[in-house]
Design a protein around this ligand. Structure first.
Ligand SMILES: Nc1ncnc2c1ncn2[C@@H]1O[C@H](COP(=O)(O)OP(=O)(O)OP(=O)(O)O)[C@@H](O)[C@H]1O
Ligand SMILES: [Mg+2]
Length: 270
């Protein structure tokens, strides 16, 4: 089957070039990332997958500016991290990136709306206005009626949806999720991924999801496989669908054999 390339390549939100990262000093120094080149497009969910310890969290921490690379550079929406050091990088990150973690990290004393409002309050928005905006975002994740509940009164899946509302409330251009379904049962994990597809995929936004969980692979537009600190393979949704619909070689070979038996030698089937 011929794969038809899209007419226009997707615009790139994040571009990593030659990223390396070492940990430790002297004899104990180890290289965890070995020269990563990766583009993360706008308007898509990119999944970053690979075995435990291969460097996924290290790579996304570098992409988000939470960790310095040892070598290489990242360009985020046209701004190079190298040119954004210090306070400017912190401000740029606060404005442009939303995070969702495996363990939700909600503050237990605050309500769902107050938790979801935190990025706006930190950015200086008056509390009442921030909480009102957070209530609207909670509506979009299906939790409008739980805005005044404390995290302990919510299920794991609902807490993760509050965490997604908190990550989206300031309308960041990059949403980064580290194992967002790992602490959830299959049904809640599916709800969270469906929600991400519905509310986070936007032409001006990129979504990067780290996962071990092969149940969520179907939600990715692009799957980036990592092994031992290297990118091993990048597969788009179109490539996965093409592989799935490719007829298996064996039935064709069997068909050809039976045609040959009936009609004599036939080299190919038109
Ligand atoms: N601060 C650190 N100091 C030393 N080694 C570290 C540090 N952080 C990570 N590492 C090492 O870097 C490697 C990659 O870690 P990382 O957390 O990026 O893996 P991961 O792919 O996210 O794994 P998991 O799927 O288990 O979360 C591991 O061998 C880990 O031990
Ligand atoms: Mg990790």
């Amino acid at each position: 089957m011929r794969i038809v390339a899209p007419l226009v390549e997707p615009a790139i939100a994040v571009s990593c070039r030659g990223i390396t990262r070492d940990f430790g000093d002297g004899d104990t120094r180890i290289r965890v990332l070995h020269g990563i080149d990766l583009d993360i497009p706008l308007g898509e969910i990119t999944l970053l997958v690979g075995p435990s310890g291969c460097g996924k969290t290290t790579l996304i921490s570098i992409v988000c500016g939470l960790l310095e690379p040892t070598g290489g550079d990242i360009t985020l929406f046209g701004e190079s991290h190298q040119s954004l050091r210090g306070t400017r990088l912190v401000q740029f990150r606060g404005k442009n990136i939303g995070f969702v973690f495996q363990q939700y990290n909600l503050l237990p004393a605050l309500t769902a709306a107050e938790n979801a409002a935190l990025p706006l309050i930190i950015a200086g928005m008056p509390r009442r206005q921030a909480v009102s905006k957070a209530r609207e975002t909670l509506e979009t994740v299906g939790l409008g009626n739980r805005a005044d509940s404390k995290p302990s009164q919510l299920s794991g899946g609902q807490q993760q949806r509050v965490a997604i509302a908190r990550a989206l409330v300031h309308e960041p251009r990059l949403l980064v999720c580290d194992e967002p379904t790992a602490a959830l049962d299959a049904q809640s994990g599916q709800t969270v991924m469906e929600l991400l597809r519905r509310v986070a995929v936007h032409p001006d936004r990129a979504v990067l999801v780290v996962t071990h969980d092969n149940r969520v692979f179907e939600y990715g537009d692009r799957i980036v496989s990592m092994t031992d600190g290297r990118i091993e393979k990048i597969e788009t949704r179109a490539q996965r669908i093409a592989v799935r619909s490719e007829p298996a070689a064996e039935p064709i070979a069997n068909e050809l054999l039976s045609v040959n038996r009936v009609f004599g030698s036939v080299d190919h089937v038109a």
